[in-house]
Design a protein around this ligand. Sequence first.
Ligand SMILES: *Cc1c(COP(=O)(O)O)cnc(C)c1O
Length: 369
Amino acid sequence: MKVPFVDLKAQYAAMKEEIHASIMEVVENTAFVGGKYVDQFEKDFAEFCGCKYAVGMSSGTSALQLALLGLGVKPGDEVITAANTFIATTEAITHAGCSISLVDADAGNFNIDPALIEAAITERTKVLIPVHLYGQTADMDAVMEIAKKHNLLVLEDAAQAQGAEYKGKMAGSLGDAASFSFYPAKNLGAYGDAGIVVTNDEAVADRVRLFSNHGRRSATDHSVEGFNERLDGIQAAVLSTKLPRLQKWNDLRREAADRYNTLLSGLDVVTPGEMSYAKHIYHLYVIRIRERDKVRETMAEKGVGCGMHYPIPIHLLDAYKRLGKSAGSYPVTEKVASEILSLPIFPEITPEQQEYVAQSLAEVLEKVG
Ligand SMILES: *Cc1c(COP(=O)(O)O)cnc(C)c1O
């Protein structure tokens, strides 16, 4: 048996006709950039998140960068985020003209540890970016309380959390603004790169839209220098077609996670926890395991695709030597980085595939001793 890390073909096969029809409709209408399909998806996704405004973007990375600009950051402002995130979060901070300040993770949920945020705040700090890693939100009440106390804004990096909940509220509706990615392998994936910013603040939404479209509100009134980071019509139409199924896909991921929890219960691994505040949507099912690199290699030999999210913490990447943070700076992040292994998970994964993953893992653990 072979179990891929993700299987995008299964979902495509199940909705082929609808996807083709939605793409062809955009083509027939030549509504390639902006237009009614983008407007419709923005409306649908804002409603899905329980937010008033949504602005489509060309990627999750541009959504982060333009959300920061929309929140009003100025060159030299500091932005605090988690040391264990994807580089897109910190790239966006730099490209918005700000400096990066990192905080260690909580060992229980791999998200930013709110107890460590205050020590990182300086008079230049402007925004906090909690990353809802793996599909589970950060502890947002704690984050928002700190933000309020220090007069900071909060941008949720919800790239991995479309449909996740915190105390019954949707990810994306918890901070001052949020960014999502629709990279094809995310829980809601486009057929190319795409992203979105959501917010309840009309002025923020207006600025984000302005920056995404060459700094103009009409055809020629460029009031600032902006960017070209607009969402395209084909991606919007595909996303509108898929959005009504997202909750069901997330529920299937949750069932698959439950099944793994049971199948792996006798093994010497730490399975992921769901916090009491959370509805985890398992964008990734991440275990902690000894001899991770050897395990991953041997799993690949058995036909099981596993991932690592992320094996090198931000401060130890070559790209961030300038931060001057040596090993030991963020101990929780560094420890888990060497132990985490992402097992195959996608809505269509079968119980037989999961049994094969668990059985393979048991054999591999025996072998590595
Ligand atoms: C995927 C991802 C992004 C970037 O999204 P793109 O659409 O690939 O640009 C940002 N942050 C996190 C946490 C992600 O997982």
